[in-house]
Design a protein around this ligand. Structure first.
Ligand SMILES: [Zn+2]
Length: 872
């Protein structure tokens, strides 16, 4: 599953480090969960007749079950369903009790069932949702005119039970035979191809082929006025589905899917086992993407590309497809036994997607770009209140909170990359192949993965990896160099936990796979497994990287002499080592360990290097200081300094894109233009205004990629008349891609009165139903300049703003919201409001959000003073 990335979040229950479920191999008996394991499903036959106008459904279900221990009680999940005519082996049962609070149905038999296979059957009435959980109806506008409606599903983590009563925990794999009756004019899609279709009057009854053994959370069904484009490659039928008329915008996605599947077949050494793979573009409310086996659903904005799409959109489409398709193995073919191990799905899919995106698009410099995600994860994980990748989930109703973008996804991805580099890509792949082969069509635990990696020859895998997945946080490696008389260097390496603020009171320890580079040589791996360790490292006059390639999920602090040597030689370091040094030095400055000039000296040493990630790291640090300086006497001096650092990059790149430039160089140009504009560079502001004037006459004069930075600068300095022009552009957006871009520019206004007008526009029906999720982003974006206004609007309209985020809302409020409002809302007020508006069990998430708030408040004072002192 892919969840909205503009939000940071985290989870509920802290990990019990030695939870037996985490280390042990998978077994049905041992796996946690609420349902008894004496009766397990084997196969489901489900027939539903949805009434999409009345938002109800009727269904019939027949489930083959295996009774493993004689019992007169069957218990399974249901929600908002009424069961009737419940029979066991054709005979009426004694009692049926459905409890929606517990999401359980308990069936009592007239006499205990013997061990062996039996059939449970019933009819039921259920409900169609209007939010994306279970079977939901999505309304959307077609070609700006009539409203239409389609049906789709989102089951993960625990919502299959909303469409049909079932054993809704991931360890209960079974086959599914789905039959649906919907309007005959509608297309219907499910995990498997259509086996049979009968039209009767205005309706058609479609039966899909039987699925493989799989967990209920992977069941998919979509129906509506949909069109498709298709292709066959390597024996698999690929389809991209979209609202009729838009399917042609899936051409890139269709090509991507074939490329990615071929690569994954080769990598996993296990062929994709289904006959078809559909990708479905769902308009509106459903915000992420979901890896349903054979029928992946995507928010349409993350699958379709039109002439108004940017390179960034193309990158997002490829990488999200690569993520969801990796799940066809990590998640679908082999499923985690319980939600504790959701990282086996999400970290792997994220890592595999980055690897594949990089492989197929070398000029995107994808891994360098992923460093920004890694940094976000490290910021989140540097909180004393952080949690481990593996986390204890006692109740499946809390499972959704285990999907933490920063830890489960980004940290997990970075850890796997670090492990792969240390263990060797061939060993690592051999271990994954072994794991797939051994657990195909079944479930597995983290322990099973380590065992497979060990068996494949990566001997230390389990010992090293457990440190990184089983405990929160990450280490700071202190590096002290000593030189002998001949100039040979010996490093003393020590480790301790890195925290945003302060020193860790408890002793933590990691097996740290270091990559050490001396001078221009290739890096060599070293496992730092002691609290203190020494190693030889070339000569004392050669530059040194202890995180070569920026592969590690740790921070490095060099002694003053080594840092000075690296700063002097900064221009000679490989780009990745520059990036690692910039990241670490900035984090050390932010946490008060090292003074600001140590970082600024690196930034000033970039010289003519045009590495995009290195510069975006610097630009972000400059934005952080500029934000801190707002309202203080030193603001203008700092803005001028920031301009002076970025201006030479702009001088080299110029305003206009040049033929033959790679996408990352163009991205660097846009970053620099955007930030110079924001920092008040008058020539950039003038150029943006000129470009906007031409754009108003002819939209084609400004390519989609450059529209966002130009319109943003124009909006920042807009007067009332310019604001009206921007608003007219937004109203005339020809599709949702443009609409999102133009309204996002509109809320960049700095003038307080115009900001109020922008807010009223954002809250008005001008934003169509399928783009409702945009409202929250726009109101929160206003917080950048207008904290009080944004906070007031958020509080007044939070129910409306959060409605599209039905799954993520508690985490968004608990953790993300404090991070948006730390600078303009008193900490106590923020804390009190958030705690009053999230469920009790989100307390640790609120603690994490508030830890960041306190850190930001302290950082603001620290950075303002440090920058003023530096510039004096
Ligand atoms: Zn995922």
């Amino acid at each position: 599953m892919r969840i909205t990335k503009f939000l940071a979040s985290s989870l509920i229950v802290p990990l019990l480090a030695a939870s037996p479920a985490i280390a042990a191999p998978f077994s049905v008996e041992q796996v946690p969960g609420r349902l008894p394991k004496d009766v397990v499903p084997i196969s489901y036959e489900i027939a539903i007749v949805p009434d999409s106008r009345a938002l109800t459904l009727t269904g019939r279900e027949s489930i083959r079950v295996e009774v493993r221990h004689a019992t007169a009680t069957l218990q399974f999940n249901s929600l908002n369903e009424t069961l009737h005519d419940v029979r066991f082996d054709g005979k009426a049962v004694k009692q049926v009790v459905s409890n929606d609070a517990e999401q359980l149905t308990t069936v009592t038999l007239r006499e205990p069932a013997r061990t062996g296979t039996h059939t449970l059957s019933f009819a039921y009435d259920g409900k169609i949702e209007t939010d994306p959980h279970g079977l939901f109806a999505q309304t959307y506008a077609t070609r700006g005119e009539a409203k239409d409606l389609l049906l789709s599903t989102q089951m993960e983590a625990t919502d299959a039970r909303r469409m049909f009563p079932c054993w809704d925990e991931p360890a209960f794999r079974a086959t599914f035979d789905l039959t649906v009756t919907v309007p005959a004019a509608w297309a219907t899609i499910s995990n498997m191809p259509v086996a049979k279709r009968v039209v009767h009057g205005a309706l058609a009854t479609t039966t899909f082929a039987r699925t493989p053994n799989m967990p209920s959370y992977l069941v998919e069904f979509t129906a509506g006025d949909l069109g498709k484009i298709s292709a066959t490659a390597d024996g698999v039928k690929f389809g991209v589905w979209a609202v009729s008329g838009s399917e042609k915008d899936g051409a890139t996605a269709l090509a991507n899917a074939q490329t990615i599947l071929g690569d994954y077949n080769a990598y996993f050494g296990y062929r994709y086992p289904l006959p078809k793979l559909d990708s479905i573009a769902v308009p509106g409310g459903f915000q992420g993407a979901m890896e349903n086996w054979g029928a992946i659903t995507y928010n349409d904005q993350t699958l379709l590309l039109s002439s108004s799409s940017t390179v960034a959109s193309r990158q997002e489409v490829f990488s999200i497809q690569a993520h969801e398709m990796a799940h066809q193995w990590n998640g679908d073919l082999v499923t985690m036994g319980w939600w504790d191990d959701i990282w086996l799905n999400e970290s792997f899919a994220s890592w595999m997607a980055a690897k594949e995106t990089d492989l197929r698009n070398p000029d995107w410099k994808w891994w360098e770009g992923q460093d920004a995600d890694k940094e976000d994860a490290m910021s989140a994980d540097a909180r004393a209140s952080s949690h481990a990748i593996q986390q204890h989930v006692t109740d499946e109703l809390q499972a959704l909170n285990a999907f933490d973008p920063e830890i489960t996804y980004s940290k997990g991805q970075a850890i796997l990359r670090m492990l792969e580099a240390y263990l060797g890509p061939d060993n690592f792949r051999a271990g994954i192949r072994e794991y797939m082969q051994k657990h195909a069509f079944s479930n597995a635990t983290t322990g099973d993965l380590w065992e497979a990696l060990n068996a494949a020859g990566a001997k230390d895998a389990s010992v090293i990896a457990a440190d990184w997945t089983g405990q929160a946080g990450f280490p700071l490696v202190d590096v002290a160099a000593q030189c002998d008389a001949a100039g040979a260097r010996t490093l003393t390496l020590t480790q301790r936990r890195f925290l945003l603020r302060g020193v860790d009171q408890e002793h933590h320890h990691w097996h740290i796979p270091l990559q050490i580079r001396v001078g221009g040589a290739a890096p060599h791996p070293l496992l730092l497994n002691e609290d203190r360790q020494t190693t030889a490292a070339g000569r004392c006059d050669e530059p040194l990287s202890v995180n070569a390639g920026a592969l590690g999920f740790y921070r490095t602090r060099y002694d003053a002499a080594t840092l000075a040597l690296d700063t002097q030689n900064f221009g000679r370091l490989p780009d990745t080592d520059k990036i690692a040094l910039l990241d670490d030095q900035w984090a050390l400055v932010e946490s008060g360990v090292d003074p600001l000039p140590t970082y600024l000296a690196l930034a000033a040493s970039m010289g003519s290097d045009l590495d995009t990630r290195a510069w975006s790291q610097i630009a972000e640090a400059l934005r952080t200081i500029e934000f801190a300086e707002r309202g203080s006497a030193g603001h203008e001096a700092f803005s001028a300094y920031a301009r002076s650092l970025l201006r030479p990059v702009y001088e080299r790149l110029g305003w206009d894109a040049r033929a033959g430039e790679t996408p990352d160089v163009q991205e660097l140009r846009r970053t620099v233009i955007r930030d110079l504009g924001s920092f008040g560079d008058q020539s950039i502001i003038d150029a943006a205004r000129k470009s906007f004037a031409a754009f108003l006459l002819n939209h084609d004069s400004l390519s989609p990629d450059y529209q966002a930075p130009v319109l943003r600068i124009v909006a920042q300095y807009a007067d009332a008349a310019t604001f009206e022009s921007l608003h007219a552009v937004a109203r005339a957006a020809k599709d949702e891609t443009e609409l999102r871009r133009y309204y996002t520019a509109l809320v960049a206004v700095r003038d307080p009165e115009l900001a109020r007008q922008a807010a009223q526009i954002v809250l008005s029906p001008e934003i169509p139903a399928q783009a409702a999720a945009l409202r929250l982003q726009l109101i929160v974006a206003l917080a950048g300049r207008h904290q009080q206004l944004s906070w007031q609007l958020f509080r007044e309209h939070h129910e409306q703003l959060l409605k599209p985020f039905v799954m993520e809302a508690p985490i968004l409020v608990a953790q993300y919201l404090p991070e948006a409002y730390w600078s303009g809302v008193p900490t106590d007020e923020l804390d009190a409001w958030v705690r009053a508006n999230v469920p009790q069990e989100m307390t640790s998430n609120v603690d994490r959000g508030m830890e960041t708030v306190r850190f930001r408040v302290a950082e603001k004072a620290l950075l303002t003073q440090a920058a003023d002192r530096y510039l004096r």
